[in-house]
Design a protein around this ligand. Structure first.
Ligand code: MN
Length: 497
């Protein structure tokens, strides 16, 4: 059963105003009508449920009404009889723009046996094509729901999708600092990619966790007493289990010996203010001795993806080792789902300071750092949480690049304003020399046509003619294409300068 409109909008922490609510309501009804009668691949669930669940994830992340509406409608142009034009007419340019991005990014596919450098290209391309942070987040939400319901899809497809999730979506979610989403995507991929180890880890963790449960409860009680005595108010205290995949990778570093994992069950304590967090750290350490070198203050030194929290490992009740995480409610929300709020506080240090000399998993490419810094600035200017804020988050670090597809789905990286001539020579000299005509997105266009991000370019070659046209030099943009055209013309005895 799909969530009702009322259930859906309630998920967002900050309520929509009247106008925003009307937009979401209209999208809800439109998507319901457009997908009426459609079932998911398992033949049981209504397709519409997928639309609502995707929108629910977006609402939970705190995105605005345009994004929530776009999430509800994200599969309409591809899978129903309604077109992009219909959406633009009904919902306006902004919603249409976001959905158009989602549709285009949907073409980014992981090819088998892709090399690491190619994967990085694909991630870049994903972000570049998205052109807008809302598009990225809707794609992530779409993927998360598809992963949660992967059994709905044919078996053949499952592994490909799980692999693509692990290689493309998990690193992007990580860079955006949406830890809870990243962890869930990772665990779901793990389940399908390595079912044997997945089962082993689930069993291991559940046993160890059950064993530790009463111990964790005891520690929580002792800590609560301590805070009460010191008159320090807390918002929440709870035990948290480690994500399966992250436990698996940690175990691999520790000879698969679970007794060596200190943060298997951690206690998480949420306080109203940052000052409370530091005060709480002192109280925790007064009660339980800390392990030397295990205090991590990600509040004053956030992780590059914005994660903030204080972690400490202590000798808890009975001298057993226990990890404790201390944070404010806002930090907690950010770590779980939010990306907007990360950038509100300005750190004195630059992001680069966090990167230099650190491990490779925090090594974020320079261009992405710039993007993150920019996000933070925009956030500060606009106050965040509004549709305007989200609309302002254009991803422009690949501004001078466009990415186009071959009909097989290979990604071709081109400079701005490139034409089919550039595209053809990028594939192969032979393809360029023999090019006769070209189709873009299935339509015949001239060879001087400007290629846009996400276009599918099909070069039609001639069997007889092996010679480029001299005029092509006028609209080739890349040095590579120009020099290849000239070389080819010279070979045929045509003088060119
Ligand atoms: Mn979808």
């Amino acid at each position: 059963m799909s969530k009702t409109l009322k259930e859906l909008v309630k998920i967002r922490k900050i309520p929509f105003d009247k106008e925003q609510l009307a937009r979401v309501a209209k999208a809800y009804e439109f998507a319901k009508k457009a997908h009426a009668g459609q079932k998911r691949k398992n033949g049981v669930d209504d397709y519409f449920e997928h639309c609502v669940e995707t929108a629910a994830i977006i609402a939970k992340m705190g995105l605005g009404s345009i994004s929530t509406a776009a999430a509800l409608l994200h599969d309409v142009p591809e899978d129903t009889s309604y077109t992009m034009e219909d959406i633009e007419r009904e919902f306006g340019k902004d919603v249409a723009f976001v959905i158009d991005g989602v549709t285009k990014v949907g073409k980014v596919r992981l090819r088998e046996n892709a090399q690491e450098y190619f994967l990085e290209n694909l991630r870049k391309m994903f972000l570049a094509m998205a052109a807008d942070i809302r598009v990225v987040l809707i794609k992530i939400a779409d993927r998360l729901h598809n992963m949660r319901t992967l059994d709905c899809l044919p078996e053949k497809k499952r592994e490909r999708i799980a692999k693509e999730t692990m290689e493309i979506f998990v690193p992007i979610a990580n860079r955006l600092g949406i830890g809870e989403v990243k962890g869930e995507l990772e665990d779901l991929s793990f389940k399908y990619l390595d079912p044997e180890n997945y089962k082993k880890i689930v069993k291991l963790e559940n046993e160890a966790f059950a064993e530790r449960q009463s111990y964790v409860n005891k520690a929580m009680k002792e800590l609560q007493e301590e805070f009460r005595r010191e008159k320090l108010k807390l918002i929440d205290i709870h035990g948290r289990a480690k994500h399966y995949y992250s436990l698996f990778t940690k175990l691999q570093d520790h000879d698969m010996d679970i007794s060596k994992i200190h943060d298997l069950s951690a206690i998480r304590i949420i306080f109203p203010t940052v000052a409370n967090c530091y005060e709480a750290l002192g109280i925790v350490h007064k009660r339980y001795n800390p392990l030397i070198g295990r205090i991590k203050d990600y509040i004053s030194l956030p992780k590059p993806n914005g994660y903030r929290s204080i972690h400490t490992t202590v000798f808890g009740p009975e001298g057993k080792i226990l990890e404790i995480q201390i944070r404010t409610e806002r930090m907690h929300d950010e770590a779980e789902y939010g990306i907007a709020a990360h950038w509100i506080y300005s750190e004195k240090k630059t992001w680069k300071d966090f990167i230099v000399g650190k491990k490779k998993d925090v090594d974020i490419p320079e261009d992405q750092l710039r993007w993150i810094t920019q996000l933070r600035e925009w956030q500060r200017e606009t106050g965040g949480q509004t549709d305007e804020f989200w609309a302002s988050l254009k991803i422009d670090f690949f501004k001078n690049h466009i990415f186009a597809f071959t009909p097989k789905g290979d990604v071709i990286d081109l400079p701005e304003k490139a034409t089919p001539v550039d595209f053809a020579y990028q594939i192969h000299t032979e393809v360029g020399d023999r090019m006769e005509s070209v189709k873009i997105n299935g339509r015949m266009v001239s060879l001087s046509h400007e290629i846009h991000n996400g276009d599918v370019v099909e070069v039609i070659t001639s069997k007889e003619n092996k010679m480029p046209n001299r005029d092509w030099l006028k609209f080739a943009k890349t040095v590579q294409a120009k020099s290849k055209i000239k070389a080819s013309l010279r070979k045929h005895g045509i003088e060119v300068v």
